[in-house]
Design a protein around this ligand. Structure first.
Ligand code: DX5
Ligand code: ZN
Length: 218
């Protein structure tokens, strides 16, 4: 099993002390920083956009793992890459066709960024199979996108397991990331199912034992 990557989601950070919270998770050993961008249209919540990413993307050494829960990813992808995204993950459900999914992946790669595709809990994992040879990452949402602090949806384990089997059988190089309701318990089963990257927001931010919590996730 590869080394697990921990990606704290700043959605749960204290925005009044954002840089301090980012430094805390970096010093505690997190390899990636997860940015949950929400537009209030694709998901029923608004979080933050390019200006926030631009202002913090170079203030740490972690990988900028940007998750855009927005409509029309083709239009906005370049903006997030220019603002500092190293991985840019968009939603399968935000595209009108498989052709459009491929167009967004190609656009992200043209800008020198790694491309990820995310699926909501109700989207069958098989929907991402046609794109796997072009993708750097698949993000399995284990909660309905829109809010931090929700309960992990148990069916997500089998989605991760099926995807891991398909990737291994077909010798595909693509990371598997899971996002939503990740804590010490759910992380254990996600790792057994074959996940590479764990996103965690409310389990990490707002606690004074972040280092221990990150270690428990691994
Ligand atoms: C949902 C968000 C959350 C966030 C993680 O749209 O993507 O899943 O990253 O939140 P927690 O770890 O608090 O569930
Ligand atoms: Zn996310």
């Amino acid at each position: 099993m590869n080394k697990i990557i921990v990606a704290p989601s700043i959605l749960s950070a204290d925005f009044n002390h954002l840089l301090e919270d980012i430094k805390k998770v970096e010093e505690a050993g997190a390899e990636w920083l997860h940015f949950d961008v929400m537009d209030g249209h694709f998901v029923p919540n608004i979080s933050f956009g390019q200006p926030v990413l631009k202002s913090i993307s170079h203030s740490h050494k972690m990988v900028n793992d940007v998750h855009i829960m927005i409509s029309d990813p083709f239009k906005y992808a370049p903006e997030f890459i220019k603002a500092g995204a190293n991985f840019l993950t968009f939603h399968y459900e935000a595209c009108k066709s498989d052709k459009e999914v491929f167009q967004v992946i190609d656009l992200i790669h043209d800008y020198g960024c790694k491309a990820g595709l995310s699926v909501k809990p109700n989207t069958p994992i098989e929907k991402v199979y046609p794109f796997l040879y072009s993708l750097d990452l698949v993000l399995v949402m284990s909660v309905e996108p829109g809010f931090g602090g929700q309960k992990f949806i148990p069916e997500s384990f089998s989605k991760i397991f099926k995807l891991r089997e398909y990737i291994n059988t077909n010798k595909i190089k693509c990371l598997i990331e899971v996002d939503g309701g990740i804590n010490e318990e759910t992380a254990k089963t996600c790792k057994l199912a074959g996940v590479d990257v764990l996103v965690a927001g409310s389990y990490l931010f707002g606690h004074d034992d972040i280092k221990e919590r990150i270690e428990k996730l691994r």
